[in-house]
Design a protein around this ligand. Structure first.
Ligand code: MSP
Length: 495
């Protein structure tokens, strides 16, 4: 973020509701939360907007509702609220929660479609045009399926050969925007982070000839969606509907939030949806003559104990279970300290208890306990000089890591400061100093305990974006009139 920046808009993808919230969704949402909390500290709460939400249209959703024997909207309400509640339990600090079935979103998307229909591309063609869509239609699924999805030429779910069908759809003239998109990604006007993902997108843009994409589907193939305002037999293509959430949530075009927060500063996602965000989304925005997102930040797709997360394998991790066991702060800490941002990794929940005991019980918790106990016993709860919580070097260091999305290094740096403080205490041995009567030993005792308190305050301050509640608890203990050892451990040991 450059120095003069005075607002920040952070988004996660909006999650499909044919799946329940799992640790994959939680990962992106936690990253956004840390960023939002960090920037609120840095530039003030009013200047940060953090958006998440649910993507609720499309054939998949209506099919899931049928499986549950529920009305589609009731089904959408049910799963969307599971996401909403999960983020509450994880203490996620989102400012907005957008649902694509909300009236506000639907109305704005219809306005966007009507606008697009009137607009021209940079070389003067109509942005939207009507054309034939030809595809393989499986009557069993009641939807178009891809050649690549067939097994022996048949739909695997219905074991029947799909029909070749043609329908009239509305198309978005992507081809006219491609040269501009390439230039904007190359020049980092839209920064695709990390660099490897930028190269992947440029590879797709430069080497493949991307077809225009249809912005509508017949209600026969997609019955659940936003009506095309000028054709009641067509629904808006789910990705146009979904991507628009980033501006409908801000009340595009005239809302105060839109004026203040658009363009997005950081749009987070995993790599499987990068193409939509780096190609389709900028094209739509350019057509609407809107500023483009500044940064698309792409993290890896992770597996669970080396296997893809799936219902069939029964290895889906529900974030609520982790919160129940560890609480929201610790869950965030454990997830973020497992691997770096960009890597495609494995998440190993069986390692969580050992990591928790090592870093938080024996590390941070123990340092708080021993320091406060010594101040209570040897200095009657008073350190000889109260220090203000400062924007000190640790926070600066961690701030740099956070801004580069290197959360793991931020946490490693914080843990290193905890170790270092423990080593100082071990070296100076306040328990021995306390037995000595001479002035020099007394001053040394006060100094070492004072330094530990200052370090701990600085650690708690640096941990605020990651563990807001635990950090505040530590700050409250250390800034109380009299410092005493907490009655209950901050991080109880687990077996
Ligand atoms: N609805 C679309 C996104 C529309 S955004 C305009 C969608 N939804 S999704 O439910 O499939 O969510 C995908 C996102 O969830 C990923 O991009 C990533 O942010 C997160 N993850 C889901 N599973 C994940 C992993 N196993 N690993 C890492 N992130 C994961 O796509």
């Amino acid at each position: 973020m450059n120095k003069e920046q005075n607002k920040i808009y952070i988004t996660t993808p909006i999650y499909y509701i044919n799946d329940r919230p799992h640790i994959g969704h939680a990962y992106t949402t936690i990253i956004a939360d840390v960023l939002a909390r960090y920037y609120r500290q840095k530039i003030g709460s009013d200047n940060v907007f953090f958006l998440t939400g649910t993507d609720e249209h499309g054939a998949k959703i209506s099919e899931s509702a049928i499986k549950y024997n529920l009305d589609t909207q009731d089904f959408a309400d049910m799963i969307s609220s599971e996401f909403f509640e999960s983020w509450k339990k994880l203490d996620i600090s989102n400012n907005g929660f957008i649902r694509t079935t909300s009236e506000k979103h639907k109305t704005i998307v219809r306005d966007i479609l009507l606008k697009l229909k009137e607009l021209k591309t940079p070389i003067g063609n109509d942005v939207l045009y009507e054309s034939e869509y030809e595809g393989l239609y499986c009557v069993g699924c009641e939807k178009y399926i891809l050649e690549s999805e067939l097994i022996d030429g048949k739909c695997p779910d219905h074991n029947r050969v799909p029909e070749k069908l043609k329908e009239k759809n509305w198309f978005f003239r992507l081809s006219d925007f491609i040269p501009s998109i390439i230039e904007k990604i190359k020049s980092n006007e839209i920064e695709v982070f990390p660099e490897t993902r930028k190269n992947e997108v440029l590879g797709i843009l430069e080497k493949q000839s991307l077809p225009d994409f249809s912005i509508s589907r017949s209600i026969k193939s997609v019955p659940w969606g936003i009506d095309l305002p000028w054709d009641e037999n067509q629904k808006c293509y789910v990705w146009v509907d979904a991507l628009s959430n980033y501006i409908t949530a801000l009340d595009y075009p005239d809302g105060e939030n839109f004026k203040k927060f658009w363009p997005a500063d950081i749009q987070l996602m995993a790599l499987e949806i990068l193409k939509f965000h780096a190609i389709f989304w900028p094209a739509i925005l350019m057509a609407l003559d809107l500023p483009l997102p500044k940064k698309l930040a792409i993290h890896g797709f992770f597996t669970i104990d080396d296997k893809k997360m799936s219902k069939t394998l029964g290895n889906v991790i529900n974030p609520n279970d982790l919160v129940e066991k560890y609480g929201p702060d610790v869950t965030k800490y454990l997830i973020l300290s497992q691997f770096g941002f960009g890597s495609e990794s494995d998440i190993n929940v069986s390692e969580f208890p050992a990591k928790y005991n090592a870093d938080l019980v024996n590390g941070l918790g123990n340092l708080v306990n021993r320091t406060t106990k010594m101040v209570e016993d040897y200095l009657s709860g008073n350190v000889y000089e109260k220090y203000e919580i400062r924007e000190d070097s640790l926070l600066e260091l961690v701030g740099e890591n956070i801004e580069c999305l290197d959360f793991r290094t931020a946490l490693i740096n914080i843990m290193a400061t905890i170790k270092l403080t423990d080593q100082w205490i071990d070296k100076d041995k306040p328990w021995e100093l306390s037995k000595l009567e001479d002035e020099e030993s007394k001053i040394k005792l006060e100094k070492v305990l004072n330094a530990s308190i200052v370090n701990l305050l600085s650690i708690a301050n640096a941990l605020k974006p990651f563990m807001p509640n635990k950090s505040q608890e530590i700050i409250d203990i250390l800034t109380a009139e009299k410092i005493v050892k907490p009655e209950f451990p901050l991080f109880p040991r687990i077996g």
